[in-house]
Design a binder for this molecule. Structure first.
Ligand SMILES: NC(=O)c1ccc[n+]([C@@H]2O[C@H](COP(=O)([O-])OP(=O)(O)OC[C@H]3O[C@@H](n4cnc5c(N)ncnc54)[C@H](OP(=O)(O)O)[C@@H]3O)[C@@H](O)[C@H]2O)c1
Ligand SMILES: *[C@@H]1O[C@H](CO)[C@@H](O)[C@H](O)[C@H]1NC(C)=O
Ligand SMILES: *[C@@H]1O[C@H](CO)[C@@H](O)[C@H](O)[C@H]1NC(C)=O
Ligand SMILES: *[C@@H]1O[C@H](CO)[C@@H](O)[C@H](O)[C@H]1NC(C)=O
Length: 322
């Protein structure tokens, strides 16, 4: 009886314990749930952002690549003009595209994103991938006449110096990485004047990133989980559905809470009001230690975002164990 009460209290304490934000290594606060926005543009993403902010999201994840920064900017402008939510209440993240890796181009790309979004600073700017593509073109993936992708040989160390430039100017309050492996992170840490706060990587039960998570935690770098629902492909996973049923929640809520409970920032993408709301309501769900173990056991290092065309590039991140 007493034990049971204790367990319940602990469960309540733990769920109340899950904070809405995590402290970055520069002291800034980052909301642990953000809205993913890949493959949504125009009025669809405009409405999604407005809905997300009204539901309680305070973190929006975009990228130059997604071609939706202008629509997101429109939504932010609308919401800020209503006065209830202010610029400083929302954590806006964007990413440097591969064709802007040389140091001076980082500043140029940053200005493009800020202009698109209608903002004068980003909360976080990330290098989208460690490898670069041919510069000075308007193509996002430049190819030669035979259709082969054209790379640039810019070292991401130079790119990081460009990131530090935009940080120095106050255009980004924090700077970070995306899709970097452990060796690449340590190379950055070996030269950085401004530390990366985050590494944003694919992360879900089939690719739970246990080693990279431990590695980053030891270096005070927060992991952000992209494709936390496996782009939707984990929503029919039997083990996840069983746990969801037991708690009376959806599979998506289990998948999102799983990451949040590991100290990972998580950015599920949804466009409908229903899913947007559902994905945010994970603060009063607590997964047991056994639930967490059961979900961990699904790991099979299955990566969906492989980026095949870059496999032979020397800065390709996914040839290392983690
Ligand atoms: N740094 C990078 O290289 C990188 C790469 C990939 C993604 N990302 C970021 O991470 C975000 C999330 O990843 P993702 O978009 O790849 O995939 P995801 O969030 O794992 O899954 C999104 C899919 O799940 C559906 N969905 C969302 N909530 C649901 C729910 N409660 N029930 C049922 N279905 C639901 C969505 O539907 P609808 O959209 O139709 O509503 C969409 O089809 C991206 O949007 C992007 O911001 C970053
Ligand atoms: C890229 O697009 C801009 C605006 O449309 C244009 O001014 C510029 O000349 C283009 N650059 C190249 C290299 O095509
Ligand atoms: C989920 O659905 C996909 C596609 O329909 C299928 O390939 C996969 O095996 C299913 N997974 C489970 C665990 O049932
Ligand atoms: C959490 O609480 C909110 C209201 O505060 C409720 O709408 C929601 O259904 C609850 N979710 C879970 C998973 O219990």
């Amino acid at each position: 009886m007493i034990a049971k009460v204790l367990v319940i209290c602990l469960a309540i304490a733990m769920s109340e314990c899950l904070p809405k934000t995590i402290t970055l290594n520069n002291g800034k606060q980052m909301p642990i749930i953000g809205l993913g926005t890949y493959q949504a543009t125009g009025d669809v993403i405009y409405s999604s952002v407005i809905n997300a902010l009204s539901v309680g999201y305070r973190h929006i994840d975009t990228a130059y690549l997604y071609d939706n920064e202008k629509d997101i900017g429109r939504a932010l402008k609308q919401v800020f003009s209503e006065g209830r939510i202010k610029r400083e209440d929302v954590f806006v993240v964007s990413k440097l595209w591969h064709t802007f890796h040389s140091r001076p181009l980082v500043m140029e790309a940053m200005h493009k994103s800020l202009d698109n979004l209608g903002l004068d600073y980003l909360d976080l700017y990330l290098i989208h991938f460690p490898f670069g593509l041919k510069e000075g073109t308007n193509e996002t993936t430049p190819v030669d006449e035979k259709g082969r992708v054209l790379f640039s040989d810019v070292d991401y160390i130079e790119t990081w110096k460009g990131m530090e430039d935009v940080y120095d100017k106050g255009f980004a309050k924090s700077i970070g990485l995306s899709n970097f492996n452990s060796k690449q992170i340590d190379r950055i840490l070996g030269m950085a004047r401004v530390l990366p706060v985050v590494n944003q990587v694919e992360c879900h039960p089939y690719l739970n990133q246990k080693r990279l998570l431990d590695f980053c935690s030891q270096r005070k770098i927060v992991l952000t989980a992209y494709s936390p629902l496996g782009t939707g492909r984990l929503l029919n996973e039997t083990k996840v559905l069983d746990i969801a049923e037991k708690h009376g929640v959806s599979a998506a809520q289990v998948l999102i809470r799983y990451e949040a409970q590991r100290g990972i920032v998580v950015i599920p993408k949804a466009t409908s009001r229903k899913y947007i709301e559902e994905n945010f309501h994970i603060f009063n769900l607590t997964l047991s230690e056994q639930d967490m173990k059961d979900i961990d056991s699904l790991n099979q290092n299955l990566r969906y975002n492989v980026v095949d065309y870059a496999k032979n590039n020397k800065y390709y991140p996914f040839n290392e164990p983690f």
